[in-house]
Design a protein around this ligand. Structure first.
Ligand SMILES: Nc1ncnc2c1ncn2[C@@H]1O[C@H](COP(=O)(O)OP(=O)(O)OP(=O)(O)O)[C@@H](O)[C@H]1O
Ligand SMILES: [Mg+2]
Length: 154
């Protein structure tokens, strides 16, 4: 692989309305963003799912189905992709509890409480900052094509 390609940086910033149809839009954006990083099918699916879970949380919990703006910032540094997703909605009272698998504050909506668990499982790192009444910011990072890099290093 071309070494200059590996060290490339790129950034895309996006603002969209809090609408459920924009969940699939966000998935397509991140897929397009990482496409030239040569992700495996699994990596592509992982990143799309993580982004989709984060955006769904903004729509359902952050803005409670109402109006609001969602900010999605995508950054590539070499073979690492970082996605930041921000809402200025309800915020989270107890982040530690919210991140526990199967914990949901909306069981009546048939949420399973697995969104954060998926984000953690599918990405290399996840950080959540939130202030009740102000909003939530999540940042997640994943290094792509590691298997490939490992093989080449042998
Ligand atoms: N952007 C957000 N704004 C406010 N609260 C949030 C936000 N994201 C998550 N939460 C809170 O954290 C809890 C856990 O989120 P998580 O995504 O793990 O589960 P869920 O959304 O309830 O269910 P699922 O994702 O499985 O449909 C939510 O029930 C909600 O209380
Ligand atoms: Mg969720």
């Amino acid at each position: 692989m071309d070494a200059s390609k590996d060290s490339r940086t790129n950034e895309v910033r996006l603002v969209f309305d809090s609408l459920s149809e924009n969940e699939s839009f966000a998935r397509m954006v991140i897929a397009a963003f990482i496409m030239d990083m040569d992700p495996t099918m699994d990596e592509l699916a992982d990143v799309k799912t993580a982004v989709s879970e984060a955006v769904t949380n903004c729509v359902i919990h952050g803005y409670n189905g109402g109006a609001g703006k969602i900010y999605m910032n995508c950054r590539r540094e070499g073979d690492s992709v970082t996605v930041e997703i921000i809402d200025y909605g309800a915020g989270i009272e107890d982040i530690e509890k919210a991140m526990e698998p199967l914990y949901t504050t909306r069981p009546e909506l048939e949420r399973s409480g697995m969104g954060f668990a998926f984000m953690e499982a599918f990405m290399d790192s996840l950080s959540v900052e939130s202030t009740p009444g102000k909003g939530t910011r999540i940042v997640m990072e994943k290094t792509l094509g590691r298997e490939d890099a490992y093989t080449q290093a042998l």
